[in-house]
Structures are given as structure tokens and as C-alpha cells.
Ligand binder design. Structure first.
Ligand code: AKB
Length: 341
């Protein structure tokens, strides 16, 4: 018999690490972690199996189908927005072809198990694209169906992957003599920028928030690559994991869409600076906007309207801005770097 596992791709990324920790703390002991890089040792211990491998490696994915029963997939692997602009075609491979491979794996799994596979997909604020700052200020919090005209390869990839998920969930092989629907129970969340106390992002464009904070805690100088008045939504990592798990647990009949915005607070870069400075008065932070990366953040909305998530599956963040900084970020970051100094 095949062993039942929860598959997490991109397991070594920021969200993957936080998700593995939360799942294993809650007693889940059958995690199959997949990442292109080796998983840090403390996390490996929390997984049934930690595989180093590529989501583009179809032979590897076929092997997983033959060896494991996989009713739940958290497909987190992606190349983020800044990195993707340096190698757009490679990003397309990972973000789109990789997702297609995972959707196909889910279809195969579902055929073997005779029930739908729950497929949880983190999408992003990057699927939105606003033409200029005037429009950004005017539209405020965007709804899921508005301004779906991304300017980045990553944003295009995430938006298309959402459509692929919807297609596989509802229309897959629609001309087949006996179309089998309900292969995949696809659920996606459009996240804002994320801030973790324990890990650092890499390759994203919302990275200025966490970078400013971690640099201050380490006593390193930091030049913020966006203007002080730049505003976009952020979320503390525990809330991001909570969103993934809450949506995963939500009864299907309550869900009215495949894709949900979630958000919690939306500080300007100057406000993040003020919060960081009050916790670390010695922080050496300057603002040195990079026009190109600035342009990407300027194209993202200043807030996301998450009323659908609140209505359909009771979404509610635990951390507003004050609680995120005072109770989660600052104390944990101080402890973390005090231990390593
Ligand atoms: C990025 O900056 O690319 C990501 C995102 C907003 O999805 N953090």
C-alpha cells in the first residue's frame, strides 16, 4: 500500500518553513517536503521525508505518484517577482510549467484514490497591475476581479496558474466521453508582502519591509529601495500560515470562488521605518529608491479587499500592525539575533 503524505513544494522557502513548523507542532507527522535546495536540518526532523528535487523533474513526480498517496498538496515553490525579472523564461518554467506538473500529479493521485485532491496555492498581490500612482491612490483596496493586468512575469505566472487551477478543478478534459470532474479541489490565496521573524525573503520586491527590520536587528546599515511614501499591504507570517490552513479546512460548499484576497495591515515604507527605529534606535536606515523595483511596487495596490475570504471561510488575521510588531516581530527578532551574536 502507498503511504499517505501531505506534499509541500518549495518547502525550504519562508512560507514552507513556517508551514512545516505549524503542521508538525499540531501533530501532522506525514509531511513530504520537496525543495530544490536541501532543507535545514531542524525542519527535516519534522518531516516524514525531505526530498531535494525539482518540480520540473517529471520522473521524480511520477515516482511520488507511484510511492505515495497524496490527498493534500501545498504547492509553494516559485521564483518571486524581482528574481523572475532577471530570468523571465526560467521563471515561467518554474512558476507555470512547475504548477502544471503538480496539477497533473494531483489528477493522477485523484484517479488512484477515487476522491479529489485538495490543492492549496499561494498566489500574490503581484497579479494586480495599476497604471500609475494616481490610479493606485484612487482605487484603494482592490477586489479579486479588478485590475488583473500584472506588469511582472511573476504576476503573469501567478494569475495564469490560478486559471490553470480553476480549469483543472472544473473543466479538465471537458470533451472526453466520460469527463471525470472533481479531480482537484483547487484553492488559492492572493497574499500581500509577508514578514517573518525567523526567516528572510529572497528574490521578492516586497522584501524591503523584512530587510529593513532584520538589518536593524543585526546592527547592519540598510538602504531601502523604495520611497518612504510607498504603500502596500503586508502580513505577519503566522497569519499567512493560518490563512493557508483555514482555507484548506473550509467546507467546499462555503466557497464561492477559487481565489481569495487576504490582508492585514498596509504601512508605508516610512511607517515601517518608524516602527523599526523605535525598536532599534541605533538602526542605520536610508532611503535610496531603485526606479525599476519602485515601479513594480507602485503597480501593486495599496490594499486588498479581503471581504470574500472573511465572508466565505471566516478569515480574520490575528495580527494587526501594532500586534505584529510588538508581540511577534520585534521580540522574536531580538531573541533570534541575540542568540547568534
Ligand atoms: C514578491 O515580492 O515577489 C512576493 C510577493 C508580493 O508575492 N513577496
Amino acid at each position: 500500500m502507498r503511504k499517505e503524505v501531505v506534499l509541500i513544494t518549495g518547502a525550504g522557502g519562508e512560507m514552507g518553513q513556517a508551514l512545516i513548523t505549524q503542521l508538525s507542532d499540531s501533530g501532522v507527522n506525514n509531511i513530504l517536503a520537496l525543495d530544490i535546495k536541501p532543507l535545514p536540518k531542524p525542519l527535516r526532523r519534522r518531516c516524514q521525508l525531505a526530498l531535494q528535487g525539482d518540480i520540473l523533474d517529471k520522473a521524480l513526480l511520477d515516482r511520488l505518484v507511484s510511492e505515495y498517496s497524496i490527498p493534500r498538496i501545498f504547492h509553494l515553490a516559485a521564483l518571486l517577482s524581482t528574481r523572475a525579472e532577471f530570468t523571465p523564461e526560467a521563471a515561467h518554467h518554474v512558476n507555470v510549467d512547475g504548477t502544471l506538473n503538480l496539477l497533473k500529479l494531483a489528477v493522477d493521485q485523484s484517479s488512484w484514490m477515487g476522491r479529489p485532491v485538495r490543492f492549496i496555492f499561494p498566489s500574490s498581490i503581484a497579479v494586480y497591475g495599476l497604471p500609475d500612482l494616481e490610479t493606485k491612490a484612487k482605487v484603494g483596496a482592490v477586489k479579486e476581479w479588478e485590475w488583473n493586468v500584472p506588469t511582472t512575469m511573476y504576476g503573469c505566472n501567478k494569475l495564469y496558474a490560478e486559471h490553470l487551477g480553476r480549469y483543472y478543478a472544473r473543466h479538465y478534459r471537458q470533451l472526453a466521453a466520460r469527463q471525470q470532474v472533481d479531480h482537484i479541489d483547487f484553492r488559492a490565496i492572493r497574499f500581500p508582502g509577508l514578514i517573518s521573524a525567523f526567516t528572510m525573503p529572497s528574490g521578492g520586491t516586497s522584501d524591503y519591509g523584512p530587510e529593513m527590520l532584520h538589518a536593524a536587528a543585526k546592527g547592519e546599515p540598510y538602504a531601502c529601495f523604495v520611497r518612504e511614501d510607498t504603500r502596500m499591504p503586508f502580513m505577519a507570517m503566522p497569519d499567512a500560515v493560518k490563512a493557508l490552513l483555514d482555507l484548506e479546512r473550509a467546507p467546499r460548499e462555503n466557497l464561492t470562488t477559487y481565489v481569495y484576497n487576504v490582508t492585514s495591515f498596509n504601512p508605508s515604507a516610512g511607517e515601517i521605518y518608524a516602527l523599526v527605529k523605535s525598536a532599534f534606535p541605533e538602526a542605520q536606515i536610508t532611503f535610496k529608491p531603485d526606479d525599476k523595483r519602485q515601479g513594480i511596487v507602485d503597480s501593486w495596490p495599496l490594499d486588498q479587499d479581503d471581504s470574500r475570504a472573511r465572508r466565505d471561510w471566516g478569515w480574520q488575521p490575528d495580527y494587526d500592525q501594532q500586534r505584529a510588531f510588538e508581540e511577534y516581530l520585534i521580540p522574536n527578532i531580538k531573541r533570534r539575533y541575540a542568540e547568534t551574536v
